[in-house]
Design a protein around this ligand. Structure first.
Ligand SMILES: NC(=O)C1=CN([C@@H]2O[C@H](COP(=O)(O)OP(=O)(O)OC[C@H]3O[C@@H](n4cnc5c(N)ncnc54)[C@H](O)[C@@H]3O)[C@@H](O)[C@H]2O)C=CC1
Ligand SMILES: O=C(O)C1=N[C@H](C(=O)O)C[C@H](O)C1
Length: 246
């Protein structure tokens, strides 16, 4: 398969290694030093594009892939406010888009358990729920896309929470007070952390933690390449639930 890498930073480089190991060819690599190569003509030469750039550049890259009729796998986070518009466009124009806030199998198992746990906790009002995400200091968005997906899983299943709130804890501000129906997500930035997410239920007598800790970026990268292989000859908008069998 011929792959275009849109975003050749930490993730793009990791994806390149996995893609080559799986027998694919990289026909285009773009980062902010060679944006002149990012053309519809070049994208049309790829069987699929894998997009891990920035929240500010992802929408332009999706647009170019749609114009080139090149299926696109999007891992970039921080753009989901525009998701409905993109989805509508993909269906009217007959494009192929695979998106996920997290491509790792471990996190997707955690997403599933998180929903089951939230449903169970309806019967146990003595527990309050809170979330924490920790990422490297270069991360541009907060809370992380994964944290938002986890929060949505809680809100869909736990009746006493109606919305989430975010707090970037950089050591300068006190923990905000939130209403009882708000799920607070605390974001911490620590050197070189690939991504750690925890959903905690805390009562007066104990604490239950659902935690996923990535040790490196291999899980994210492998999931993105597998998604690209799966998407290649399809049309429509897909995510990890379409790929996984649970
Ligand atoms: N869904 C998932 O499983 C995962 C998602 N991510 C997300 O992927 C994104 C990228 O993460 P990293 O690789 O860690 O960031 P990074 O900062 O290491 O790499 C981003 C790259 O995008 C390049 N870039 C800038 N403008 C561009 C443009 N117009 N077109 C193409 N590339 C451009 C930059 O030069 C840089 O090389 C972030 O949004 C992050 O949250 C990261 C890991 C896993
Ligand atoms: O920026 C990152 O690094 C990561 N971003 C994704 C997110 O926002 O959830 C996935 C992973 O946690 C790493």
């Amino acid at each position: 398969m011929k792959i275009a890498l849109l975003g050749y930073g930490k993730m793009g480089k990791e994806i390149e290694q996995i893609a080559l190991q799986r027998g694919h060819e990289i026909v285009l690599k773009v980062n902010d030093t060679n944006l002149e190569d990012l053309t519809v003509e070049n994208l049309a030469k790829a069987d699929v594009a894998i997009e891990f750039s920035t929240p500010f550049t992802v929408l332009g890259n999706i647009d170019l892939c749609f114009k080139a009729s090149t299926p696109i796998v999007v891992g970039t986070t921080g753009w989901y406010a525009e998701f409905d518009k993109i989805k509508e466009r993909a269906s009217t124009e007959g494009n192929a888009l695979f998106h996920a806030t997290n491509f790792s199998i471990g996190v997707n198992i955690t997403f599933h358990i998180n929903k089951v746990l939230a449903k169970i906790m309806n019967g146990f009002p003595g527990y309050d729920v809170q979330m924490e995400e920790i990422h490297h200091t270069q991360k541009l968005d907060h809370p992380s896309g994964t944290a938002i997906t986890l929060a949505e899983g809680v809100l869909e299943n736990l009746n006493r929470k109606q919305k989430y709130g975010a707090w970037l804890n950089d050591g300068n501000e006190q923990k905000p007070t939130v209403s009882e129906d708000t799920l607070l997500i605390e974001a911490l930035r620590q050197e070189a952390v690939p991504g750690t997410h925890t959903v905690s239920y805390i009562s007066e007598i104990d604490r239950i933690d659902l935690r996923h800790e990535a040790f490196n970026r291999k899980g994210f990268a492998t999931g993105a390449v597998v998604a690209a292989e799966w998407l290649k000859d399809k049309k429509g908008v897909f995510t990890m639930k379409d790929l996984l069998s649970f």
